[in-house]
Write a protein that binds this ligand. Structure first.
Ligand SMILES: Nc1nc2c(c(=O)[nH]1)N[C@H]1C(S)=C(S)[C@@H](COP(=O)(O)O)O[C@H]1N2
Ligand SMILES: [Mo]
Length: 251
C-alpha cells in the first residue's frame, strides 16, 4: 500500500479535489461510475489512483513466497463441460474475448502461452483477513485486448467464470486503467506449475493493486462493455452484487 485510504480521506475534499481532474474523464462517462464517484468512496478511489498512477504493486523475492497459499471461495467447479475440459487439461478449451472489440478472439492455452509472458511475485490480500505471497505467470491482459482491438465505447472488462457460488455465477469487472496496468495478467501458471483447479484453472485474473475477490478464477469469457448495468446484479462483481463489497477494491 503506497498511500492508505485513511490518509487520503484525511486530506479532505479540498486536498484531494485538485488531483481529480486529469486521467478520469473516461470514468466519468458512465452513469453508474459517476454516481459511485459522488461519495467518499469515489473520492478515495480517484485520489488513490491518481496518487498511485501507474505504480506497480510491490513484488517479492522467491524466498518470501508463502509455503501455503489457501484456496478461497470456489475450490471446485461443478459444470460438466468444465469437468470434461479439466480432465483433458483444457485441450479443446479456448478463452473467448468479445463484446466491444474489432476482432473477437478464441485463445487456447497454447496461444496464451505463446504470447509474451510476465512473471510476478505478489501478495494476495483477501478481505476476510488473510494474505499470501505467490508467483504468477501469464500474458498481460492489455496485450490480449490490443490484439482484439477496443471499440471507442469500451469502458469495462468483464470476466465470466465457470463456477457458481452461493447460487450465482461468479463474475468480476475492472476498468481500462486496471486492464492495461503492467501487472494485470491472465495467469495460467502459479508457483511454477499449471494453475490447479482450486486456484482457478485454466486461467485467472491477477489485478495486483486490488483485493482478492477481484482476482477472478476459472475465466472462460472476457467481455468488453460500455456499462456494468444489466450484467448480473449490475454492481460489477459477484461479491459486489451479493454482499455490497466495493467495486473498486484498491489496496
Ligand atoms: N471464479 C471465482 N473467482 C474467485 C473466487 C471464487 O469463488 N470464484 N473467490 C475470490 C476470492 S474472495 C479470493 S480471496 C480469491 C482466492 O483465490 P485463491 O483460491 O487462489 O486463493 O479468488 C477470488 N476469485
Ligand atoms: Mo477473498
Amino acid at each position: 500500500m503506497i498511500v492508505s485510504r485513511r490518509r487520503l480521506l484525511g486530506m479532505g475534499a479540498a486536498g484531494a479535489g485538485g488531483l481529480l481532474l486529469s486521467g478520469c474523464d473516461r470514468l466519468n462517462q458512465s452513469e453508474a461510475v459517476r454516481q459511485g464517484l459522488a461519495g467518499a468512496e469515489g473520492l478515495t478511489m480517484r485520489a488513490q489512483r491518481l496518487l498511485v498512477g501507474d505504480a506497480l504493486a510491490r513484488e517479492f523475492t522467491e524466498a518470501e513466497m508463502s509455503p501455503d497459499f489457501r484456496v478461497n471461495g470456489s475450490s471446485r467447479v461443478e459444470d460438466s463441460q468444465y469437468r470434461r475440459l479439466l480432465a483433458s487439461q483444457f485441450a479443446g478449451w479456448a478463452l473467448q474475448v468479445g463484446g466491444l472489440v474489432h476482432r473477437p478472439l478464441a485463445l487456447g492455452l497454447d496461444a496464451l502461452k505463446a504470447m509474451p509472458q510476465r512473471t510476478q511475485i505478489t501478495r494476495h490480500d483477501c478481505v476476510e483477513g488473510w494474505s499470501a505471497i505467490g508467483k504468477w505467470q501469464g500474458p498481460q491482459l492489455g496485450a490480449i485486448l490490443t490484439q482484439a482491438g477496443l471499440l471507442p465505447q469500451a469502458r469495462y472488462v468483464v470476466f465470466h467464470c465457470a463456477d457458481v457460488l452461493d447460487g450465482k455465477p461468479y463474475y468480476e469487472s475492472i476498468d481500462l486503467i486496471d486492464a492495461f496496468h503492467a501487472q494485470t495478467i491472465l495467469a495460467w501458471r502459479m508457483n511454477d506449475a499449471p494453475l490447479s483447479e482450486g486456484h482457478g484453472a485454466p486461467v485467472r485474473l491477477r489485478v495486483e493493486r486490488q483485493l482478492g475477490y477481484k482476482q477472478a478464477k476459472y475465466v472462460m469469457r472476457i467481455e468488453v462493455t460500455q456499462t456494468l448495468a444489466g450484467l448480473y446484479g449490475g454492481k460489477g462483481g459477484h461479491w459486489e452484487d451479493l454482499r455490497g463489497y466495493q467495486w473498486y477494491a484498491g489496496i
